[in-house]
Design a protein around this ligand. Sequence first.
Ligand SMILES: [Mg+2]
Length: 228
Amino acid sequence: MKARYQTVLIDADNTLLDFDAAEAGALRRTMERRGLPFSGETLGRYAAINRALWDAYHRGEIDQDWLKGERFRRFGGELGWSGDEWAWNQEYLDALGDCGELLPGALELLAALKPHCRVGLATNGLREVQRRRLAASPILPYLDGVFISQEMGVGKPHRAFFDRALAALGGARETAVMVGDDLLSDIQGAIDAGIDSIWYSRKGDLSPLPTYTVTTLGEAAKILLGET
Ligand SMILES: [Mg+2]
């Protein structure tokens, strides 16, 4: 069997790692410590604030250091809480770092790729969090490279991020692919870098951008290995 791709870049959060579960757990812990009410609604508000700031980061409008405090300043402001956004952020990151839960099929996907492809983790997540979460999960032995934007000095969707990751893995553009859940940082980034893409669309949304769209990681494995 010949795999369809030789070099596979894979996003971490909400592609291999269950970021939504980690976020909810870390937020609940830090809110309860402050006597603030955690609920699906407050989680949704935090997620929306955080998402908007990460989108601004991906557009190059803000940097990550500012983002970390600003999200809790805005979120706390909505709850009538103020003054300790940086401490709150640090506690939140500490809690997040303990959560290395994988999404269904993540380990199976990496194990299936291992004999056939060089695999690099490609993430814009914060270094201190991602390194701890990787250490707390069993995926590290399956990776040929770990590419964290903070360590590389450039993040997805910028072409330089993909160029450097591919160069480090020794992969040719023609046989490389990016797998991820984010249409901007993962999929548009891959398009701009001139490589194929697989969009992990867990909710089944559709987009004309990616080369392939899948709703499970098992489908991604079949495409990557040339079984479909
Ligand atoms: Mg992601």
